[in-house]
Design a protein around this ligand. Structure first.
Ligand code: HEC
Length: 160
């Protein structure tokens, strides 16, 4: 009887350990930083999408809306990111929130900052062009898109 009781306590304890391991996996130490940088990228994407639709003439060109989107993208592209990329917050480390940040970011740091600078440069040209005319907007969109792709090609994992 006592033996059986002890056995079931051990079973219960290991079940609890298994539950807490799951809890850790769902709530990793870097998840807030991962979520914050992903929100930043979502903001890039939302604002670039508005500008892209105008550039492709899928929606009417509107200088005020284009200026707002370009200013938003500029603000997001100039976010300080020093706390958004803690060591171990890559896509290969167990226990992190789902993310696509390749470990090479940390292995070759600060190489990635060149890609972030390329985006800032492209967006600096976008801001005045966006409100100027459709022609001017169309003229700079390629560089902005290329700066996103330039970083993704080297530092972001493919979608699984
Ligand atoms: C300096 C490098 C870099 C630049 C520049 C960059 N990205 Fe990314 N992007 C990444 C990395 C790395 C990830 C993966 C981050 C993660 O999953 O934690 C990512 C993820 C994303 C995501 C997915 C976010 C999510 O919710 O998981 C989107 C959307 C995105 N980027 C859009 C853009 C757009 C649009 C631009 C250009 C305006 C851009 N990115 C510029 C590196 C970059």
């Amino acid at each position: 009887m006592t033996k059986l009781k002890l056995f079931s306590i051990a079973g219960f304890t290991s079940a609890m350990l298994a539950i807490s391991a799951v809890a850790i996996a769902a709530n990793g130490p870097h998840d807030k930083a991962i979520k914050a940088r992903q929100a930043m990228f979502q903001s890039y994407s939302f604002n670039l999408g508005i500008l892209g639709a105008m550039a492709k003439e899928d929606r009417p060109y509107d200088a005020a809306v284009a200026t707002e989107a370009a200013n938003n993208l500029s603000a997001a592209a100039n976010f300080g990111q020093s706390q958004m990329w803690p060591q171990g917050s890559d896509n290969a480390t167990e226990g992190n929130a789902t993310n696509r940040a390749l470990p090479v970011i940390w292995e070759t740091f600060p190489a990635i900052t060149e890609k972030a600078e390329a985006l800032k440069t492209a967006v600096a040209a976008l801001v005045p062009a966006a409100g100027e005319s459709l022609d001017a907007l169309q003229g700079v969109m390629g560089d902005v898109g290329a700066s996103c792709k330039g970083c993704h090609d080297d530092y972001r994992a493919e979608k699984k």
